[in-house]
Write a protein that binds this ligand. Structure first.
Ligand code: HEM
Length: 126
């Protein structure tokens, strides 16, 4: 299996992940119905995000947490949704890639998801 090492690899990973997400019975509605995502804008942001996280490219300029608060206000983003998100992400990484960056992609997503779940939960209590 292939190492996760180039921009093309990141694009393949992100595209395959969101192919799964939009069809998913548990979290697809966040993207399709709640946020009504403009994919032409969202996908390039996600390529840049993961390229920055994995390769230190600094091509992502944004705040990954902030985008989720308005969604969380319309529809609570709960632990079960993050668990599902991570399950799809891990399955997608494992389907295509192996090696240290593939492991990092899973490990970093787990940490960000943990922090995000905590922040979303806190925001709902305030
Ligand atoms: C249940 C879990 C999640 C849901 C439902 C979700 C949903 C979304 C939605 C709907 C958007 C906005 C798209 C748009 O309006 O164009 C978004 C943006 C984004 N998400 Fe998530 N997300 C989840 C978890 C995560 C996790 C775990 C990460 C990171 C590992 C992440 C990273 C991002 C980033 C980087 C953006 C772009 C923010 C920007 O505008 O700069 N998301 N997400």
């Amino acid at each position: 299996m292939k190492k996760l090492e180039s921009r093309e690899d990141v694009e393949l990973l992100v595209n395959s992940f969101y192919d799964k997400v939009v069809k998913d019975g548990e979290i697809g509605f966040f993207f399709n119905e709640v946020a009504k995502v403009d994919w032409d804008k969202h996908l390039p942001k996600m390529y840049a995000f993961w390229e920055s996280v994995l390769f230190g490219q600094m091509s992502y300029k944004g705040n990954p947490m902030r985008a989720h608060f308005p969604i969380n206000e319309i529809q609570a983003m709960e632990q079960k949704h993050f668990d599902r998100w991570l399950k799809l992400w891990t399955a997608t990484v494992d389907e295509h890639f192996t090696g240290e960056n593939a492991d990092q992609a899973i490990y970093k997503a787990e940490n960000i998801a943990k922090l995000m779940a905590f922040k979303m939960d806190l925001a709902r209590r305030l």
